[in-house]
Design a protein around this ligand. Structure first.
Ligand code: NAP
Ligand code: MG
Length: 402
């Protein structure tokens, strides 16, 4: 069989158990079928340290060039990791570095299989959460006073003019918080959301609390509205999809009653909280994919989970682990399908579909990794090691490729 040809994508290797799985996926599921064409960046912690983290920056720049990347999970160093890996510095998260370069928004989507139902009975299709990962309470300045006094907001413009507003005249101790966001960041967020909705042909919901936050949240609402009307309305109408704005509390009620199958865009804090709720209700972190979409249309795919450290330590002791590779496989299929779409490469898109189907078919036949066994509803499941599971997917894939 002739291998499928493709244009270049950016490949970012990572750490620990997911690095081991990364290689297995390439060896067993990709390279036998596709002439993989990648620009390789090793984002594993040792090489990040060796290059003073330049490799993370280079990888981000490369995604801008080739428009599509696929990334393995990586360690975000903390004090313990600095010790463990003898690092020169506590390097920043590569995800943060790449997100800053691409100015993108992260979309997280659960992978559904028949036989593992979401906790919410009505959900039949995935709900994708888009979190605005900039500003608000995550970049706030906080203040605690134990004495009475007047708290004010002061804005000094670039000409030195001051504007003031009283926050509160404290008659006792209390707490204060000043936070901000930028029009440019909100605009990027909006563009990424509308683009991704068009890409995936799904409705886009956006929620804030503009009835209470009449300037702050209202600005989010107005910027989304303006960008929608200016740049995306026609495409939405052509595709028969909808842009829907509502209050966050109304959105929560509607999400729980919904069938799923749409994108829910959230402000930073709402996205933090709601993505944990939605992902937990859908089942397993190991079945959650993630894609970073930049406002100018660059895409970076990865699994939503981390490097699965506990499994890696067991692997180092010679144990065969049962780590779930599905989200990492879907990161690859997401990137290959996107490459195919951008280039009109039908065989590559078809391959991505087939690999996803082969992966889910194995689970739906009752064979799966240990994390899913407890969630399985159709009788007895067979627990496989990662290697056995990937081999089972290979066998399915060979059948459909033949
Ligand atoms: P994690 O790697 O996602 O793992 C947390 C736990 O979830 C695991 O111990 C495991 O539970 C379960 N799990 C996650 N993925 C699984 C999979 N594919 N198959 C089976 N079980 C899975 O999160 P963490 O332990 O908090 O973080 C570990 C490292 O990953 C950290 O260094 C962190 O910096 C990094 N991290 C990276 C990213 C990223 O690159 N995007 C994201 C998050 C975390 P059991 O042990 O109970 O089986
Ligand atoms: Mg959270």
């Amino acid at each position: 069989m002739e291998k499928i040809k493709m244009n270049k994508i950016v490949e970012m290797d990572g750490d620990e158990m997911t690095r081991i799985i990364w290689k297995m996926i390439k060896d067993e599921l990709l390279e036998p079928f596709v002439e993989l064409n990648t620009e390789y960046y090793d984002l594993g912690l040792p090489y990040r340290d060796e290059t003073n983290d330049q490799v993370s920056i280079d990888a981000g720049e490369a995604i801008k060039k080739y428009r599509v990347g696929v990334k393995c999970a990586t360690i975000t160093p903390n004090a313990q990791r600095v010790e463990e890996y003898k690092l020169k510095e506590m390097w920043k998260s590569p995800n943060g570095t790449i997100r800053a370069i691409l100015d993108g928004t992260v979309f997280r989507t659960p992978i559904l299989v028949s036989g593992i139902s979401p906790t919410v009975r009505t959900w039949k299709a995935p709900i994708t959460i888009a979190r605005h990962a900039y500003g608000d309470v995550y970049k706030s300045t906080e203040f605690r006073t134990t004495k009475p006094g007047k708290a004010e907001l002061v804005f000094t413009d670039c000409d030195g003019n001051e504007e003031r507003a009283t926050i509160y005249d404290f008659e006792c101790g209390g707490v204060l918080q000043g936070m901000y966001n930028k029009d440019s960041s909100i605009r990027s967020f909006a563009h990424s959301c509308f683009k991704y909705a068009i890409d995936t042909k799904q409705d886009l919901w956006f929620s804030t609390k503009d009835t209470i936050s009449k300037k702050y949240d209202q600005t989010f609402k107005l910027i989304f509205e303006e960008i929608y009307n200016e740049s995306y309305k026609a495409d939405f109408e052509r595709l028969g999809i909808e842009y829907f704005y509502t209050l966050i509390d109304d959105a929560v009620a509607r999400v729980i009653r919904s069938k799923g199958g749409y994108i829910w865009a959230c402000k930073n804090y709402d996205g933090d909280v709601m993505s944990d709720m939605v992902s937990t209700a859908f089942g397993s972190l190991a079945m959650m994919t993630s894609v970073l979409v930049s406002p100018d249309g660059n895409y970076e795919y990865e699994a939503a989970h981390g490097t699965v450290t506990r499994h890696y330590y067991r692997y180092l002791e010679g144990e065969k682990t049962s780590t779930n590779p599905i989200a990492t496989i879907f990161a690859w299929t997401g990137a290959l399908r996107k490459r195919g779409e951008l280039d009109g490469n039908e065989p590559l898109m078809a391959f991505a579909d087939k690999l996803e189907k082969a992966s889910l078919d194995v689970i739906e036949s009752g064979r799966m990794t240990k994390d899913l066994v407890g969630l399985w509803e159709k009788g007895d499941a067979t627990a496989l090691t990662t290697e056995e599971f990937i081999k089972a997917i290979r066998a399915e894939l060979e059948k459909v490729m033949a």
